[in-house]
Structure formats: C-alpha cells, structure tokens
Design a protein around this ligand. Structure first.
Ligand code: FDA
Length: 518
C-alpha cells in the first residue's frame, strides 16, 4: 500500500527535479552551445559513465544519483556549470579518478550534478625544465607512462595504483614508493589552475599564497575545482631494484614486523620497505607478511645496505629484481615487470571489490603481543583482511608540519591502512564487515598516534566524523578535521571562509566556515 500523500509527495518531487534539470540545462546551453557534455538519467550512457570509474562498488545501487553528469571538454564548461549550479541550487561533486573511499565524488544526499573530468587529462612534459602540466582528470598510470616514454631517468613520486586520478590524489597529499626520497605528490606541485566558486580561473599567482597552500593537501572538494597541476619531475636511476619477501607467522613474521618498526623510517632514503600483512587463505589459520620494497639503485648496493640495516630479513640476491622505474610501477601495481606499460593506461582496475578502509599513524613501535592480537582478529573474518604499513622518515622528516596542510611528518614511523574486502555484497555482509573493521580500529587505540589520533585524508573514513549540515561549526568539524590536518585545520578553515564564504563546495567532510566573530 502506497499512501496517497506519499504518492503526491513523490510526484511533486519528481516534477520539481525535472524542472530543476531542465532549467539547469537551459542555463548551460545559453553559454556552451552543445548539450553533448550534459548527461541526464535518460541518456543511454548515463549509467555507464556514472559507474565506470567507481572503485568501490558498494554504492552502485545507491539512490543518491546525480541529476546530471557533466563531462566538460573545455574549462569554460566547468566555469558555466559552477555558475548554473549555484543559480539552480544544485550541489556539485567533482570527480577525477573516482577512487574516493567513501564515494564523495559521486554521491550526495541533496540534488547534485557530477562534473566528471574524464576528458580533461592532457599531460604536457617539459623535460628541459623537468616539469609537467597535468590535467586533473589524468590518472597516475597515464602520467607515469607518458614520463617513461620520454625519459628513462625521470619519474614522479605519487601513489601505487595506476587508475587513481591526479585531481583527488594530489589534493589530499598522495604518496607511494618514493615518498622517503621525494616526499608527497603535493610536495612536488609548482603551480596549479583552479576554478573557484565564482567561476574564475586562477593560477598560483592569482589564487595567492594561502589558497595555493590549501589545495596541496587540504583534501579535494572544499575550495573549487582543480583543473591542472604543474609538477616537478624527479630524477630516478636507470636501474632500480624491487623485492617481495614473504614470511608467515610460523616463519617469524611477527618478530620481523616488530623489528622493522625500529628501522623502517631510519633506512637510507633510497630504500622503501613496506609491509602487507594478511590472513593466510580465506579460512586458514595464521597470517602472511610481505616485505615489499623499492630501492633506487642496483642490487649490488642494496644487498650490503640490507645486511647492515635489516639483516633479520635475510635478503638474498635471488630475491632482488632489477628493472627500470616504469617497470617498478607495473610491479607495484600487481603486474609483472615485463608486462606491457600500456596496461598503465587502463582507467579501470581489474581488482574492483567491496571494501571499507581506515587509517592510523604510528609513533612508537607496536609490541609483538599487540600485533598477535591483530592476527587473532583477522581470523574472525572469512574474507580478505589486510594491514598495510608504509614507512615514513627520510624526506618526510625534513618538511615541516605546516609546509602543506598534510601534517604527518617527523615523528611518524609509518602509516597504517586497515582494509577489509569482500565479493558478495548485501546488507548483512556489509554490516558485519564494517563492524569488524571498526572493532579492529578500537583495538588499535592504545598503540597508535594520540591527541589527536591522526588519519590520512586520502584514505577517506566517514566513521571519524562528518558534517551533519551545511553550516556545521568549526568545533563540530574539528572532530574529524584535526585528525586529518592537526594544527593546520584552523588555517584551512580560515582559507575556506575567505574563498567560499557561502560554503558552496561542500560534502560530508569538506572544510567548515568559521562563524563570524560577534
Ligand atoms: P575522486 O575523483 O573520487 O576524488 C576524491 C576526492 O577529491 C573527492 O572529494 C572529489 O570530489 C575530490 N576531487 C576530485 N577531483 C578534484 C578536482 N579536480 N578538484 C578538486 N577536488 C577534486 N593514495 C595514496 O596516497 N597512495 C596510494 O598508493 C593510493 N592507492 C590507492 C589505490 C586504490 C585502489 C584506491 C581506491 C585509492 C588509493 N589511494 C592511494 C587513495 C587515493 O589517493 C584517494 O582516494 C584520492 O582522493 C583519489 O583521487 P581520485 O581523483 O581518483 O578520486
């Protein structure tokens, strides 16, 4: 039974949505000429465009769908879309690679449009200057591929997954296997183009010191739409070395992980050894830890270095694979080093699965007993459970906490990402898996950073707090904001208040507007 008043309500909602859609479309058309970049739900490609870059399929059946998807091919279309959205009170979600862990680039509870930058992904490399202009819709894989096509001795220090978009990734920091040598992707940004709430296109000089600071780590979706980044390329050796050494808990993995915590952030900056710990098999007992490493040099240098700094791992020459930098990108993306680099151009990853993730930073080594408690919890689930530990130190220690909004610098031994992945989604399964990872997070409380317990904004986690309404106060937002940005949160909120005083660019974890001083 559908009560008549509900029927009336839904009919009137549908007709008001249709009229907003047509007014918005009209507004766009008066200024952009062609409507081929505007996709409504009746378009044959709407669903395909909406779903193709969603990394986490948890929300595929969500009812929180956009009124329209705009796929601009020119910056002027973004400028018009912002102004028309404001006029017709539609929210904007901007999407570059679609990898947001909580789907904030394509979901909203209020009527909204998606501005999808899929067609804005040109990459112009200037080798003489060792820089590149990269549009925000390009993926890391596209950037790495293009660099390697022009030079065997240049690279860029950013994330491991090739399908991640430059727009969101750099906005939140962005780190990968070269962070100990070169810092974050955001640390290597020299200039940017941003379209602000008034539809103005601003470069570094026009946006000013504060806004240029804020967009390099303050998280995507609060300040405007980044159109392109100018990045500094870094020099990489012609030969790098990778290895993956696996040990089960029966083979002493826990002791090795414990020991790793004392050296991981103090190793030579050319050496990055991360750990991926996971349950052995679906229903198996115990865990396996993979010590997964990139060394910026040949194995003749790596082996003595490992003997000196981490002899317990027992690294041997046969474990080490020499390769070019671009082959290391393939290797860390889960391909074989000899696979074709064109694979990096694939914008859709082959390993899409339902997941929930959370993050922590570790300042003091976690005891073996505490680690064993994590392995015990891994056994409670019959799906893939992971703990990924990425070492900091090196260049990360040299950059001050306030140099960019990303504050997790000196004093952090490593970052943890906890993840649970599952294949069959239903309410019951999702609820069970999400509750499990929350329990793991509670369990880790005594062992990780405190006051605030910090988190990485690019591993977006709405559990740590959300904006409840459009004028969420600074103190309410501080609950999650200080975890991501620590002492930089207030400066970010100041800048947000200055550049977007009506809080147009907002989402569940966008920066708050500071209340006017009475
Ligand atoms: P998406 O398009 O979903 O955007 C993310 C956020 O930024 C949204 O809020 C969005 O609105 C906003 N945004 C996007 N484009 C914008 C633009 N042009 N201007 C302004 N705001 C914009 N991280 C890491 O540091 N190292 C790693 O190795 C990895 N690896 C990794 C693997 C996989 C499989 C996933 C799913 C994620 C990662 N990440 C990661 C996390 C990744 O850095 C993070 O999810 C980024 O925000 C993704 O950026 P996208 O542009 O792909 O996402």
């Amino acid at each position: 039974y559908f009560p008549p008043f509900l029927l009336l309500l839904s009919l009137s909602w549908a007709s008001s949505a249709a009229s907003t859609e047509s007014s918005f479309r009209e507004c766009m058309l008066t200024q952009v000429g062609s409507d081929s970049i505007i996709l409504s739900s009746s378009s044959s490609v709407y669903t395909q465009v909406l779903e193709f870059s969603q990394q986490n399929p948890r929300w595929l059946n969500s009812s929180r769908k956009p009124v329209l998807i705009i796929t601009p091919v020119h910056e002027s279309e973004i400028q018009v879309a912002i102004l028309c959205s404001r006029k017709h009170e539609l929210q904007v979600r901007v999407r570059s690679g679609g990898h947001d862990y909580e789907g904030l680039s394509f979901l909203s509870d209020t009527p909204f449009i998606i501005i999808d930058l899929i067609y804005l992904r040109s990459i112009e490399i200037n080798l003489a200057e060792e820089t590149a202009w990269v549009q925000a819709g390009a993926t890391l894989g596209e950037l790495y591929y293009k660099i390697a096509n022009l030079s065997k001795v240049h690279g860029f220090p950013a994330g491991l997954c090739p399908s991640v978009g430059l727009g969101g990734h750099v906005s939140g920091g962005g780190f990968g296997t070269m962070l100990r040598k070169f810092g974050l992707a955001a640390d290597n940004v020299l200039d940017a183009y941003l379209i602000d709430v008034n539809g103005k296109l601003l470069d570094r000089q026009a946006m000013g010191k504060d806004l240029f600071w804020a967009i390099r780590g303050g998280g995507g979706g609060s300040f405007g739409i980044v159109l392109a980044w100018k990045i500094r390329l870094v020099r990489v050796p012609a030969t790098v070395t990778a290895f993956t050494v696996e040990r089960t808990d029966q083979e002493g993995a826990t002791k090795l992980i414990h020991r790793w915590q004392y050296i991981a952030n103090k190793l030579h900056e050319d050496l990055f050894i991360r750990i991926i710990a996971q349950k052995l098999g679906r229903s198996g007992q115990g865990i396996k830890a993979s010590f997964n490493s990139l060394f910026l040099g040949g194995k003749d240098k790596l082996i003595p270095l490992m003997k000196q700094s981490f002899p317990e791992l027992g690294l041997q020459a046969k474990d080490c694979i020499e390769m070019s930098w671009i082959q290391s990108i393939l290797y860390f993306a889960g391909y074989h080093k000899d696979d074709h680099p064109e694979l990096l151009l694939n914008r859709i990853t082959s390993y899409k699965s339902f997941y929930k993730a959370k993050s922590d930073f570790v300042n003091e080594p976690v005891s073996e007993t505490a680690l064993e408690g994590v392995w015990k919890m891994f056994q409670e689930e019959d799906v893939l459970t992971l703990l990924i530990a990425d070492p900091y130190g090196g260049r990360m220690d040299e950059i001050s906490e306030s140099a960019t909004p990303f504050p997790h610098r000196k004093g952090n031994i490593y970052n943890i990402q906890y993840m649970i992945k599952w294949d069959v989604n239903n309410y019951e399964a999702e609820n069970r898996h999400v509750q499990w990872i929350r329990k793991l997070y509670r369990y880790m409380t005594p062992y990780v950073s405190k006051s605030p317990r910090s988190a990485y904004v690019n591993y977006r986690d709405l559990d740590i707090g959300t904006n409840k309404h459009s004028n969420t106060s600074y103190s309410e937002a501080s609950v999650w904001g200080k975890k991501y940005f620590k002492g930089n949160f207030r400066r970010l909120a100041h800048i947000k208040t200055k550049v977007d005083p009506q809080n147009f660019f907002r989402n569940e974890q966008s920066l708050p507007i500071l209340s006017p001083v009475p």
